[in-house]
Design a protein around this ligand. Structure first.
Ligand SMILES: Cc1cc2nc3c(=O)[nH]c(=O)nc-3n(C[C@H](O)[C@H](O)[C@H](O)COP(=O)(O)OP(=O)(O)OC[C@H]3O[C@@H](n4cnc5c(N)ncnc54)[C@H](O)[C@@H]3O)c2cc1C
Length: 374
């Protein structure tokens, strides 16, 4: 049996970004249950990078991730990781107070966020149903992410630094082995000093296997679909349009329009599938807000966004299971925060302080520590 310093469970964006940052510092194994990494949440996202989304810690981690996305290390990807998009957060007249509060909060973080009246917002996205829109704000700096390129870039860099990825390797048993762990999988048994729990929606399941207390992770189903865009190519320049109460959004996506009812239905960890009712709700809400006539759904899917109670990710050693490290609870922000979270995980798992640029943005280990959820 090969002895590894770190064994990461789960090769989604969380495990891949941690592996990318850990492999240069010690032998690192990445174990994935599926035959391909990225099959679950990572391959099902809306691929939006926005600095005004989520709570204080999420926003700090997102902003700290931008330099990596804009200038990744040489050889990371042949394509740009971010491309211009912009987000337009919209409100009806009865949502105006909500929009004003969200605008004030967003402007405090990102002064470039711009308030817009209905006429100006309609110039950016000329598809609102007449009379629907009251006011909006625009985050020009929001970007589309190339999630596939980001994920593959992490995995390529991980392997180049000597990391080993094993797929079809569901962790079925975790037992103490001296100061470290013995890990049982259908692809063989492995030992490691530190196990990193990047199992996405299954992170509490894995923790129980290790004898660590769960953190109360709740996987929430979110549905998405694509529809044929309106004729003409102009829609490609539309911003992502997001209802201020997060009841729906739409955005251009690879030549089509991606739509979502922004649902958050708590479910057990699973290979989640879309429900017809959520698709119908989505179509209804978007047809009320816009002149889009949705005749046919081209593709539909659902994925899990997994949250703990304060909606902040969990990164740090379990207080009750030595050598068991948490990297979970990325919610709806796991891709856009992955450059910062990968570095955070690698630092904390090696017993180091948080990277200085991330600490300088007001993030502390206590914000992320699993112990806060006891
Ligand atoms: C519809 C939708 C839209 C989203 N939009 C955005 C967005 O615009 N921007 C953004 O930043 N984020 C977005 N997200 C959130 C983002 O996708 C997630 O936060 C992120 O993918 C979580 O990554 P992960 O690696 O933790 O989980 P996953 O990608 O699910 O990876 C976990 C992996 O662990 C593996 N695993 C589990 N148990 C075991 C085991 N016992 N042994 C071995 N392997 C195991 C699983 O097979 C899985 O591959 C969205 C999510 C959804 C569903």
């Amino acid at each position: 049996m090969v002895e590894y310093r770190f064994a990461i469970v789960g090769a989604g964006i969380a495990g891949a970004s941690a592996g990318f940052n850990l492999a240069p510092h010690g032998s690192t194994l990445l174990l994935e249950r599926e035959s391909q990494p990225g099959y679950h949440s990572t391959g099902r996202s809306a691929a939006l990078y926005t600095e005004t989304y989520g709570n204080r810690v999420i926003r700090a981690l997102t902003i700290a991730s931008r330099p990596f996305f804009e200038a990744p290390p040489k050889g990371f990807s042949e394509h740009p990781l971010l491309t211009p998009r912009g987000t337009l957060v919209i409100a009806r007249a009865d949502q105006r107070a909500k929009l004003e509060a969200a605008l004030a909060e967003s402007k405090a973080i990102l002064p470039s966020v711009e308030a817009m009246d209905a006429a100006r917002a309609s110039e950016l996205c000329p598809t609102f149903r007449p009379g629907y829109l009251d006011s909006a704000f625009y985050e020009e700096d929001a970007r589309d992410m190339d999630v596939h390129a980001i994920h593959q870039g992490y995995l390529r860099g991980f392997r180049a630094a000597g990391g080993r990825l094993v797929c079809d390797a569901e962790v079925l048993g975790l037992a103490r082995n001296g100061a470290g762990w013995k890990i049982e999988t259908p692809a063989g048994a492995f030992t490691a000093d530190v196990v990193i729990n990047a199992a996405g929606a299954w992170a509490d399941v894995l923790a129980r296997m290790a004898g660590a207390s769960p953190v109360g992770l709740v996987p929430k189903r979110r549905t998405a679909a694509t529809i044929e865009p309106p004729a003409g190519g102009d829609f490609r320049r539309w911003p992502a349009v997001i209802d201020v109460d997060e009841q729906f959004y739409w955005k251009p996506d690879a030549g089509q329009l991606l739509i979502s009812p922004a649902d958050e239905t708590p479910v057990e960890p699973q290979d989640v599938q879309p429900e017809e009712l959520d698709i119908a709700l989505c179509v209804d809400r978007i047809e009320r807000a816009s002149t889009l006539a949705i005749r046919r759904i081209a593709r539909k899917w659902a994925g899990l966004r997994s949250f703990v109670r304060d909606k902040t990710p969990v990164a740090g050693f379990a207080p009750d299971a030595p050598g068991f490290f948490w990297l979970a609870g990325q919610g709806g922000y796991g891709i856009m925060t992955s450059p910062a979270m990968g570095r955070v995980a690698a630092a904390l798992a090696r017993g180091l302080a948080l990277p200085a640029d991330i600490a300088a943005r007001g993030v502390s280990p206590a914000d992320l520590a699993p112990g806060r959820l006891a």
